[in-house]
Design a protein around this ligand. Structure first.
Ligand SMILES: Nc1ncnc2c1ncn2[C@@H]1O[C@H](COP(=O)(O)OP(=O)(O)OP(=O)(O)O)[C@@H](O)[C@H]1O
Length: 343
């Protein structure tokens, strides 16, 4: 278990992490989400005592990190896969870690095998691809067979087979009762992996809830209907006190009524339905909804070298940010990363 109590980090003027209090529990995969610059890496670094909090504490199984004897046996982490001595072979890199943490040499071979790097164990890691580096970093996290695992963007650079593998690895580690804490910007992957979410924005806690509740609370769910008898369907729904919205493509959307209830109502009135489908927003939509106010860095969508003038008929200029805020001075490509106005 990892417990954060009022965790705060200030870098000069910048409050990177702002009074975070939450608990990362064992037996589940907890996803750690937040827009760019939200403070995820800073939080993870403080959890591992790589950065000192300005205020607040982190307890790892009830202890401060620096009180842990042989920390790799308690908590394994992948933070920055490039943070290793590139001149060392994968085997020697892991052996050094093992020897400094009282871990038997035989374990090095085991974890190399687990991550699929046995064939390149003697090769220097500076020649590794991004995905191979990630695998070596993951091997380092697993080395001490710890009860707590932290992964910062673990799927970065992995191929589809590798992504599938790390997803199953994290689920299996959690099923063994371990604490698994993972950050990722890949929402579709997070939706498949995490049971619980901790979401931060501008260093502050925005949500600490199950995946299902997070999506439910931050998005709209509705039922979509299509029928060749749309007018009669509208009358039947209105007669039952159900409000439906007609979309431009001729569908109906109904909020707040179960699809089963709508199907039974249509059947009672012998109405033909061509579609009756519950619609649930994705994690990505729910995430964007919740964090819209705390996104600091917006890209804009003008094509490279494109004309920044408004397109005829378009609601907004091509470089307008998605929140409708002010466009960057000068517009155009190249000035595409900007601080949101006022932050
Ligand atoms: N060593 C540092 N010195 C000064 N500012 C820092 C330092 N490390 C992080 N920051 C700032 O703290 C804020 C949080 O950064 P952090 O890297 O923790 O965010 P993040 O959520 O991990 O972002 P991303 O998703 O882009 O990786 C940012 O504004 C960043 O510029």
């Amino acid at each position: 278990m990892i417990e954060l109590q009022g965790l705060t980090k200030r870098y000069g003027e910048k409050l990177a992490v702002d009074g975070l209090t939450c608990t990362v529990r064992p037996g589940i995969v907890t996803g750690f989400l937040g827009p760019n610059g939200a403070g995820k890496s800073t939080t993870m670094r403080m959890m591992l005592d790589l950065d000192r909090p300005t205020h607040g504490t982190v307890l790892i199984d009830g202890q401060h990190y620096r009180q842990l004897k042989d920390p790799l046996r308690t908590v394994g982490a992948l933070l920055d896969a490039k943070a290793m001595h590139g001149g060392r072979s994968a085997y020697n890199h892991l052996l050094c870690l093992a020897q400094s943490n009282g871990i038997p040499r035989a374990r090095v071979r085991e974890v190399l095998d687990t991550v699929g790097l046995t064939a390149v164990a003697k090769k220097r890691s500076k020649g590794f691809s991004l995905g191979m580096g990630q695998r070596l970093g993951i091997a380092g996290a697993l080395l001490g067979d710890p009860q707590i695992l932290m992964f910062d963007e673990p799927v970065n650079g992995l191929d589809p087979e590798g992504i599938h593998w790390i997803r199953n690895l994290m689920k299996n580690l959690a099923a063994q009762g371990r604490t698994v804490f993972v950050s990722s910007h890949l929402m579709s992957e997070m939706a498949l992996t995490a049971d619980h979410l901790i979401v931060i924005g501008q260093g502050r806690l925005l949500a600490d809830t199950s995946m299902a509740d997070f999506i439910r609370q931050n998005s709209r769910s509705y039922v979509r209907l299509r029928s060749p008898e749309i007018e009669r369907l509208l009358d039947v729904l209105a007669g039952a006190g159900i409000t439906a919205v007609t979309t431009e493509d001729g569908h109906l959307e109904v909020d707040g009524t179960e699809s089963a209830q709508l199907g039974e109502l249509a059947a009672r009135h012998k109405l033909v339905l061509h579609e009756l489908s519950p619609q649930q927003a994705s994690l990505e939509e729910a995430f964007m909804q919740l964090t819209a106010e705390s996104v600091e860095y917006h890209a804009h969508s003008a094509p490279p070298g494109g004309d920044p003038r408004p397109v005829a008929g378009a609601d907004a200029p091509p470089d307008a940010p998605p929140d409708g805020g002010a466009a960057p001075p000068g517009g155009g490509w190249g000035a595409d990363w900007r601080k949101k106005k006022g932050s």
